[in-house]
Write a protein that binds this ligand. Sequence first.
Ligand code: PLP
Length: 222
Amino acid sequence: MNLKNNIEKIVQQLPDNKCRLIAVSKTKSVEDIMKAYEAGVRDFGENKVQELTQKQPQLPADIRWHMIGHLQRNKVKFIAPVVHLIHGVDSAKLLRAINKEGKKIDRKIPCLLQIHIAEEESKFGFAKEELYEMLHDQAMGDLHHVAVKGLMGMATFTDDQDQVRQEFKNLKVLYEALKQEQVTLPDFTMEELSMGMSGDYKIAVDEGSTMVRIGSAIFGER
Ligand SMILES: *Cc1c(COP(=O)(O)O)cnc(C)c1O
């Protein structure tokens, strides 16, 4: 397994300055992360709070740490000072909890809203109606310590490429529509569209992804 080759191969397929590679390093050692770092990667994604907080102090300070997994409200405080972007915000309650921790440390924490685009029940994320309800809720007007920067989504795990493409297209349409939406959140912009993993990133890039989250195609199977 040659990390550097894997990374170069992926990066070549990303449109210049339009789509960023996030190396998903969950379950991988700090040594493996250092290899990817030496190959030029600066964005790393973890899906467990404890793993992120354990690895972060052992690695270079210019790494941007992305929280990509499901996040529990009571664990936000552990990542609040160090996280670059929280991808998996899937409820108004979680957004409030992040705001509360941001306020404590006087930081505005960058977030993406996770949207449920897959067919499977199991995947987390806002349904559309639920999303619009939150975005128009007057109570969201107080959240001055979160900055919503865009959307994140995971396609259905299937060999049906047309289905995956359609799900990414749907997310992109929503992302574009939200650029025009009047919302109550004080800091809401649509700059980042986090979609695409090892198995489907090429489709995601075609459909306008600005961030791909890739683990096994870099580090090998977990
Ligand atoms: C694990 C994970 C990835 C990366 O998956 P690979 O198939 O290994 O590329 C991307 N996004 C999320 C949310 C993940 O949990």
